[in-house]
Design a protein around this ligand. Structure first.
Ligand code: AGP
Length: 607
């Protein structure tokens, strides 16, 4: 989950590294560090905390270097545990993203052979193992070290004895190379490269590469040379900047209408007969699926829960949604006839990737629903549906969730149309409504835009909260609760509203706020109102995210945040805009670090 970067041929490598690290900070912010090749050898700078702490130090001068921003896995966030890590000679430095699972054993061996290890990290062993194998060829030393490592790595190495190059390797941890004019770069994420180039090469598992100013030498897992395939990234730098907003999260909430427009662009045929999948997945695997299995983590899992309701309603296909982190270890059953859909913003979530490999081994057809172009999930699944939400930097996922839901609307419409579950007239009506969703989200930004004072007042003094919804709004409630807990540190649980009376109702007191997501046209509106009554009877206060046409709800709750009315199938779109604004303002009122919540990272590349 750490961020890594490397540059060759930069007039000021240190400043390019620090700038790149700032763009990678969402991957980890426990510490940061750089190593630059200078006339004196290797100059290393490291600092605990944000990259800004590193920036205060005088920059070493050189054109080649590597950098790292850390999300701690082995050893606390101290300077000694910060990357880059050195070998005994201090002429070689390594940055690493991933986990060396057998590091304890490797460490003991190194110590027995006289190496001095100075940190508690798993990474440091890599520097010493490469040192032992370095006899004038850095690439060969790295390639000879890799078979000793069990685990995952995005690994970058620089040496004062090979001052014109950096060497990298990848195994289950993202890494891409940036090809510039007289400059070569690499990073764990595209956002760190965009300032310099949009031409990139994605590394595959087992591959190694050597970058010099003029060329990239790429090798496959058997150390055979390979021709790098250069692809153009569809994003620009502006899309990765804050654009005048105080936080990336707020900017990304405001980008929801545009993101939705993009997910539907060119994909909303009247007849619903198209579903835009790239790759080798045949149309028959979609159309003929007897069952759909959605696998994902966190917010993407909740998007899958919403997606289940959409696809079951529109297409009549049974959909199961499972946590990728559980599925990957569950007993294996034959799943022929199952279309497995992997939902992910980053496309690099370790559990989702492993779940995909597992599902494929069980006979599922595999489709990735992914935002990051060229990510591992996108490349490994048989087919990929791109979410087109643009770069999402805030650790709390927002616009990507909405586009995942958008993707399920398209899939539901497509399957409903092609399997004859929807009539042509119904398809036409639904496609028309989908076309209005960006506008609906835009209106929700307006109707819920002034929620800041209410967010402060409603959660004031509370330590716990419930978020309730039914059916399609159950996943939405889960997502609302996750958002507030991850950015404001308020403990919140999402519940299917009917479940409260089976236990959790016992927790309610007047200090226990409850948020309900309900649409006036949903079939379960009446029972939702009864559930609200049960909650209020215990003295708890209730805030409803309700539609503008709901003339009844205010009689039953303490506060109402209005969103534009729609078919209840589409209510999750405007409602999540309101839930995101509520969470954002509650966190802001509590003085939390919204874009970088404690203990979290944007992309969870460890299990
Ligand atoms: C959401 O706000 C999260 N920070 C997190 O739950 C995230 O959705 C999860 O880690 C999955 O990430 P992915 O979509 O990149 O696979």
């Amino acid at each position: 989950m750490c961020g890594i970067i490397g540059v060759v041929g930069m007039p000021n490598a240190a400043s390019a590294l620090v700038k790149g690290l700032k763009r990678l900070e969402y991957r980890g912010y426990d510490s940061a560090g750089i190593a630059v090749v200078t006339g004196k050898g290797l100059e290393i700078q490291r600092a605990v905390g944000a990259v800004a702490n590193l920036e205060r130090q005088a920059a070493p001068l050189g054109t080649v270097g590597i950098g790292h921003t850390r999300w701690a896995t082995h050893g606390p966030p101290t300077e000694a545990n910060s990357h880059p890590h050195r070998d005994c000679s201090e002429r070689l430095a390594v940055v690493h993203n991933g986990i060396v699972e057998n590091y304890q054993e490797l460490r003991e061996g190194l110590q027995a052979r006289g190496h001095r290890l100075l940190s508690q990290t798993d990474t440091e062993v890599l520097a010493h193992l490469i040192e032992e194998r370095y006899h004038g060829d850095l690439l060969a030393a790295v390639q000879e070290t890799l078979p000793l490592i069990e685990g995952s790595y995005g690994l970058v190495v620089v040496s004062a004895d090979a001052p014109d190059r950096i060497v990298c390797a990848r195994m289950r941890s993202p890494l891409l190379l940036g090809v510039g004019q007289g400059q070569m770069l690499l990073a764990s994420d595209a956002t760190a490269l965009l300032e310099h180039t949009r031409s990139v090469v994605f590394l595959e598992d087992g591959e190694t590469a050597e970058l010099t100013q003029e060329r990239v030498r790429l090798f496959d897992a058997h150390r055979k040379p390979k021709i790098p395939v250069v692809r153009e990234l569809p994003w620009n730098l502006e899309a990765a900047e804050k654009g005048g907003f105080d936080h990336f999260m707020l900017k990304e909430i405001h980008e929801i209408p545009e993101a939705l427009h993009e997910v539907f662009r060119g994909r909303l045929g009247m007849a619903g007969d198209r579903f835009d999948v790239e790759g080798a997945l045949p149309e028959s695997a979609l159309r003929g699926a007897q069952r759909i299995l959605v696998l994902a983590c966190g917010t993407s899992y909740y998007a899958g829960m919403v997606g289940r309701s959409i696809v079951e309603q529109l297409a009549g296909v049974p959909v199961d949604v499972q946590l990728a982190s559980e599925y990957r270890y569950a007993p294996q059953t034959t799943q022929e006839g199952t279309l497995a859909i992997f939902v992910s913003q980053s496309g690099e979530t370790a559990d989702t990737l492993e779940a995909m490999r597992r599902a494929r081994a069980s006979g599922c057809r595999t489709l990735a629903m992914v935002n990051v172009v060229g990510s591992t999930l996108a490349r490994e699944a048989e087919g990929v549906f791109y979410l087109r939400a643009g770069p999402e930097i805030g650790v709390a996922s927002t616009k990507a969730f909405v586009n995942m839901v958008g993707g399920f609307y398209l899939l539901g419409l497509h399957l409903g149309a092609t399997r004859g579950h929807l009539t042509p007239d119904e398809c036409k009506r639904l496609a028309g409504e989908m076309r209005t969703l960006p506008r609906l989200a835009q209106r929700a930004l307006e109707t819920a835009g002034d929620v800041a004072p209410l967010a402060g007042e409603f959660f004031h003094g509370a330590e716990h909260a419930f978020y309730l919804g039914r059916q399609i709004n159950h996943g939405l409630a889960m997502e609302g609760a996750l958002k507030i807990k991850e950015i404001s540190y308020l403990h919140a649980e999402g519940y299917a509203a009917g479940e409260l009376k089976h236990g959790p109702l016992a927790l309610l007191t007047p200090d226990f706020p409850v948020v309900v997501a309900l649409s006036d046209k949903e079939p379960t509106y009446g029972v939702m109102v009864s559930n609200i009554g049960e909650v209020r009877a215990r003295g708890a206060k209730v805030l409803a995210i309700a539609t503008e046409t709901d003339a009844n709800v205010h009689k039953h709750v303490d506060h109402v945040v209005r969103v534009p009315a729609s078919d209840p199938l589409f209510y999750p779109v405007p409602a999540c805009v309101a839930l995101y604004l509520l969470a954002y303002h509650a966190a802001r009122g509590r003085g939390c670090n919204i874009d970088r919540p404690r203990n979290l990272a944007k992309s969870v590349t460890v299990e």
